[in-house]
Design a protein around this ligand. Structure first.
Ligand code: AMP
Length: 545
């Protein structure tokens, strides 16, 4: 029997899922809503005009469909304009991770075959260093926030604001195939050169709709609505700031772009602009809450998605006590990124803070259209019992279809038709997933699997501990022993005995396996982080083992 394919009336419009429709057909039409950056205030009306101006300016520079336009900037209104204008003219937006080493930045520019590079004057020293070795870039555009244009040997084709001012604010954005590549960026892998992932218009539109449907349907907690004020605290160069700028624009909310992440500025903006919705990695929230200004601020009502790394209960309780409504999101570069969100049900919101923290720290339930499974090594799905661990594999309409120009790694990523996340997790009866480790970070102590994240969570509860990371130390007798690298709070004393005692209490209660008492502790000054602020266990293993 042939499939019952729909028949198309020749004159019927075959609507492609293009990024332009997020801008032109939003949920909330809010022409006067504000977009704020370093004291400048724009409106959504300005945004549309500036997107058209940027499209004209890029076209005048010779950018055509299929070309790649790269950006080196901190979070700004300009970045938001690029999120729209570049893909809307059929070009690919390469969001460069400015925290990579100059050699890695050069590698990603060459590998992505960038044609045009928009660069914030702050990064000119990096650019000067690598420019002579770039293979493909034909035009440079300067992004400048300073009153004086810095001196440079780069032959700029123009300065961003001047190019926009000279361009028309009318542009006819044509239709094209929704499967056209819209964005590219590079994973912040801790080994080898970064790997490029890529997303199409269709994928970004569906990711926006998926994330928005979950956030906008929540009323009492963790919702994202038109009255909110949005400020990202995960960089726009990393997985499109989790796709939230697209969601914010769709919902017509006020947007605040903080530039470089400086704790003083971030807190000041939260207060001054009355920010109500943000997202960040746990280390950033930790840093903000420990900042002296945070103590005298009213942070209640601030909704924060924590993701990118596991949130500890200690951090969650600290934030809850200050009235922050925080919950977890989970995903990775390869997944656009969001796959799960840990919203609480109305009944769960009646629980004590301690009980809520346990749920808020889980990685949450799958978004609509996300087919997420936890499988063992023979790809058998694990029961939803909160205990049976396995790897998270996933299918969703917004997953990178591979790594750029890396067929072998792409095949490995998609082995068996599911995307392999490399994350180990359990899932409970209510469908809440909890990540227990990266496959590469799991410890095997005396034949038993020990979750490094669980141990970190317990140790972080000690009042003298500021930061902790657990790695496996090879051991002749036990195979591996957990080694906790601990940063003590200023003026606090923490001893190995106290921490071993603390984890023993949890083991006695049956919360964790008995093997944890083999814990060793090393006090360190600081814990190595990756370019996006996550604990870098590869570097820690190299350093301490
Ligand atoms: P990246 O590709 O750099 O964004 O890193 C993605 C990885 O971060 C995932 O594969 C997880 O290992 C980790 N991750 C992201 N979100 C969470 C979360 N909510 N809890 C624990 N780990 C997370």
């Amino acid at each position: 029997m042939p499939d019952a394919l729909i028949s198309r009336t020749p004159s019927a419009y075959d609507y492609p899922l293009l990024i332009k429709n997020l801008l032109f057909c939003p949920v909330v039409d809010a022409p006067d809503q504000e977009i704020v950056y370093r004291g400048h205030r724009f409106t959504y009306r300005d945004l549309r005009q500036r997107v058209a101006r940027l499209a004209n300016a890029l076209t005048d520079l010779g950018v055509k469909r299929g070309d790649t336009v790269a950006v080196m900037d901190w979070d700004s209104h300009r970045y938001l304009e690029c999120f729209f204008a570049v893909p809307m003219i059929g070009a690919v937006l390469h969001t460069i991770n400015v925290r990579l080493s100059p050699e890695q930045v050069l590698y990603t520019i060459d590998h992505a075959e960038d044609d045009v590079l928009l660069v914030n004057s702050e990064f000119l020293p990096i650019l000067e260093q690598i420019r002579g070795r770039m293979d493909t870039v034909k035009n440079f555009v300067l992004l400048n926030d300073e009153p004086v244009v810095p001196e440079s040997h780069i032959p700029f084709s123009g300065e961003y604001e001047a190019l926009l001012a000279a361009a028309s604010d009318q542009f006819n954005f044509a239709d094209f195939d929704e499967n056209t590549r819209a964005t590219t960026f590079y994973t912040t892998g801790t080994t080898g050169m970064p790997k490029g992932v890529y997303f199409s218009h269709r994928q970004l539109v569906l990711h926006t709709m998926g994330v928005m449907s979950v956030l906008a349907s929540s009323v009492d907690h963790g919702g994202f609505h038109r009255q909110d004020v949005y400020m990202p605290i995960t960089p726009m160069f990393h997985v499109h700031a989790w796709g939230l700028p697209y969601v914010a624009t769709m919902l017509g909310v006020k947007q605040v772009y903080p530039g470089r992440y400086l704790p003083d500025t971030l807190l000041e903006l939260v207060e001054k602009e009355k920010v109500t919705f943000s997202h960040c990695v746990p280390t950033i929230l930790h840093m903000l809450l420990k900042h002296p200004h945070a103590g005298r601020m009213d942070l209640s009502g601030w909704k924060v998605i924590i993701g990118g790394a596991a949130m500890s209960r200690a951090l969650c309780l600290d934030a809850l006590q200050r009235g922050i409504d925080l919950f977890t999101g989970y995903g990775m570069s390869e997944t656009c990124p969001i796959l799960t969100i840990s919203h609480l049900t109305p009944e769960m919101l009646e629980l004590s803070a301690e009980e809520q923290a346990v749920i808020r720290c889980k990685t949450g339930r799958s978004l609509p259209l996300v087919d997420l499974k936890i499988v063992d090594s023979s790809r058998q799905e694990q029961p939803c019992d909160g205990k049976s661990a396995g790897e998270i594999v996933v299918r969703a309409p917004w997953l990178s279809q591979g790594y750029l120009k890396d067929h072998k790694a792409s095949e490995r990523l998609w082995e068996g038709g599911y995307l392999h996340t490399g994350d180990v997790a359990v899932r409970d009866e209510l469908g809440y997933v909890k990540i227990t480790d990266r496959t590469k970070d799991v410890l095997k102590v005396s034949g038993e699997w020990v979750s490094s994240l669980e141990l970190e969570d317990i140790i972080a509860h000690h009042p003298g501990v500021a930061e902790v990371a657990v790695i496996g130390q090879p051991d002749e007798k036990w195979g591996e022993r957990p080694l906790a690298l601990v940063v003590a709070k200023p003026e606090a004393t923490v001893t190995e005995k106290e921490l071993t005692h603390l984890v023993r209490e949890y083991a006695d209660k049956g919360v964790v396996t008995k093997q944890v008492v083999l814990l060793k502790v090393k006090l360190v000054e600081a814990i190595d982080k990756t370019s996006v602020g996550k604990v870098n266990k590869v570097a820690l293993r190299e350093k301490y083992l």
